[in-house]
Design a protein around this ligand. Structure first.
Ligand code: ATP
Ligand code: MG
Length: 435
């Protein structure tokens, strides 16, 4: 992509409405624009990152055996009356009436909808376990939308739903999602700690919120200090194998949300009490919806079983802000490579200079061929403002091309995270970055 043609409306000054760094940087980097309270348009740079995150989530869900579907945003109120949630959900639900006076709603979540799909088609134990997910916009009329897309009213969520014959099966499905979540967040360069979460009337120990630690986080959380230097999960996983040992490894170190915090479970000198951002939650809720909506399968030895269900959410749009909270400096965003909107920023310090233009075009073409998705700053701007913009948008690598260096046959390669720069020939730069 060429910056001269790219729609990247960056801002030099800090927008007054933004209270947290991720919101500030997303506005300054031209990633989003507020449409109304808690509702945003995603501009090219922001949408690019959102799609990268979405793709990682998708790949890890698929790897764990979940199957992607797409359910609508608008749902009929009738299903929600059957489950009893139409009245329970309260003011966060956006209720709509169509031209025939039928009650509709903009989905805040999809348990009812997916259970309806299941009960229509699945009747036999042979067709479970089944895990269906979609990545779809949700609407919750939050009392206090804030922090930009981190607590929006309209937001993008991945939500998966598992169906099993019995509790044992449901635990296996739960473990698959638990491990898939560890891998998903690790791939984005995040340490998300699975914390014991409230299961409400369902009871049991099968709910975890995945939390990234951050001072501005809205959740009060507690964990053992060992979490701070525990390595994230990066190994290959056999999802058909026994995942319990991995789950045990990551649940035996104390971590709990405010509602579930029990001081007797962690020595006070080891306890870290801090704040965090909830980027995902997994939840086993037994037969709550399958019972109400009649989702049953035949059992191997005769008779019928009401299926056991779980739901598994990831805040895809919230993650964009969460990653920025975890990875930035005073000059701007620092994208972890796997979610970076472009792999390398090529800055032509003096557009119009023959040698600079030729070197920049050549590197741009070769990086493109190598699949590194370069962003070329070919605008006629002051060098200082080009450098500032490139630092602001946080691509992991920069190649800076100027007339003085080129006279000596070199360009500058800069690592955005460490700030380290190195002079080398354009060929060496290409070898280093065109992996
Ligand atoms: P919260 O406690 O933050 O309100 P929740 O527990 O109500 O979230 P879930 O129903 O667990 O949310 O939804 C799954 C995921 O969707 C959450 O873990 C979070 O990452 C994301 N999410 C929930 N509400 C919002 C929101 N208003 N804006 C952006 N992301 C959200
Ligand atoms: Mg939650």
């Amino acid at each position: 992509m060429r910056l001269s043609r790219y729609f990247l409306p960056t801002m030099k000054d800090n927008p007054k409405e933004a209270q947290v760094v991720s919101h500030r940087l997303m506005l300054r980097a031209g990633m989003i624009q507020q449409a109304s309270a808690g509702i945003y348009s995603w501009l090219p740079l922001g949408f690019n990152v959102l799609q990268k995150i979405e793709q990682i989530v998708r790949e890890e869900q698929n790897a764990a055996g979940a199957q992607e579907i797409l359910m609508p945003t608008i749902q009929s109120a009738d299903l929600w009356r059957d489950s009893g949630r139409y009245d329970d959900y309260g003011q966060e639900m956006l209720r709509i009436t169509d031209r025939h006076d039928r009650d509709m709603l903009y989905g805040p979540t999809n348990e009812e909808q997916v259970t309806d799909i299941f009960r229509t088609h699945v009747r036999s134990y042979r067709n479970v376990p089944l895990n269906l997910y979609h990545i779809q916009w949700k609407f919750r009329d939050e009392v206090r939308p804030r922090f930009g897309i981190m607590r929006g009213r309209e937001f993008l969520m991945k939500d998966a739903y598992s169906f099993d014959l019995d509790f044992e099966g449901a635990r296996r499905s739960y473990n698959q999602m638990f491990v898939a979540y560890l891998k998903t967040f690790a791939r984005m360069g995040l340490k998300a700690i699975p914390m014991v979460a409230d299961t409400g009337p369902i009871g049991g120990d099968m709910s975890h919120e995945f939390i990234i630690l951050a001072d501005i986080g809205e959740s009060e959380v507690y964990c053992h200090k060992d979490w701070l230097d525990l390595d994230v999960l990066t190994s290959e996983i056999d999802y058909q194998g026994d995942l319990q040992p991995i789950v045990d490894k990551f649940t035996k170190i104390y971590a709990a949300t405010d509602e579930k915090h029990d001081p007797s479970l962690c020595p006070p000198e080891d306890l870290v009490s801090t704040r965090g951002i909830e980027v995902g939650q997994i939840f086993y809720f037994g037969t709550k919806y399958s019972e109400a909506l009649g989702a049953k399968v035949s059992k191997p030895d005769g008779g019928e079983a009401v299926v056991h269900m779980g739901s598994y959410g990831i805040g895809v749009s919230r993650l964009v802000g969460g990653i920025i909270e975890a990875s930035h400096d005073e000059r701007g965003i620092i994208w972890p490579e796997p979610v970076a909107p472009f792999g390398v920023g090529v800055i032509n310090i003096r557009t119009g200079d023959e040698a600079c233009d030729a070197a920049a075009e050549d590197l741009y073409a070769k990086l493109t061929t190598a699949g590194r998705e370069p962003l070329l700053d070919d605008r006629d701007e002051r060098p200082g403002s080009k450098m500032a913009d490139m630092d602001l948008i946080g691509l992991p690598w920069q190649i800076i091309i100027g007339p003085r260096g080129l006279k000596n046959g070199v360009v500058e390669v800069k690592n955005r995270k460490t700030g380290e720069t190195e002079e080398m020939t354009p060929e060496a730069a290409l070898n280093k970055l065109a992996r």
